[in-house]
Write a protein that binds this ligand. Sequence first.
Ligand code: PRP
Length: 223
Amino acid sequence: MSMSLRVVVPPHPLIGHWLTLLRDQDTPPALFATAMAELGRWLTYEALRDWLPHRAMRVQTPLAETDGHVVDGAVPLLAVPILRAGLGLWQGAQAVVPTARVAHVGLRRDEHSGEASWYLDQLPETIGERVGVLVFDPMVATAGSLTQVLERLEAKGVSGQRVRVISALAATPGLRKLGEQFPDLTLYAACIDAELDGSFRIVPGLGDAGDRLYGTQSPHYLG
Ligand code: PRP
């Protein structure tokens, strides 16, 4: 069976709306956070459509018995927000999968080399074979950060259809790299941008998601 990276960009006016607010350089941090959370919510909703385990049951309404379906709570979900900015997506997604267990991971990208390095890893030591994993990474630029998280999950036996990635924006170079290493991965994004600039930033992109989300800037001067 041939496998290739599946990138889903749901065609929906709300997704376009919230992405445009993220892109707008005049969007203040509070509204930026709202837009990121809304994308997290709706992209996760889409990602669960054919993936969330559910089971049939009979239900008694006040008038009659009929067929129903409920989410199968026996199948555990793990949410993995990549700090910092992945928290912005997860904040909205949490309303959709409120019972998911959460494991934060923290990676920081060096602005000169573009290399991501770890500063937090709360992934469970062992992840059961039934667990489905949602990874939240707001931007896939070089895909260096996401690749490192997927490699650690793979080392714990989690890969392929058991993983879904939620991302506000993905760039073609990063997707190409992901496709080579994880050909059976599925990723949901609001848009695909074609390019990176010389500093590994997505163009046109939306700037630095973490800084815009939290209103942080250069640590060197405030005054
Ligand atoms: C940014 C962004 C992604 C990553 C994308 O995080 O939020 O996680 O870079 O780049 P990549 O695909 O080239 O790895 P950053 O390291 O700036 O951390 P932050 O979320 O704390 O701002």
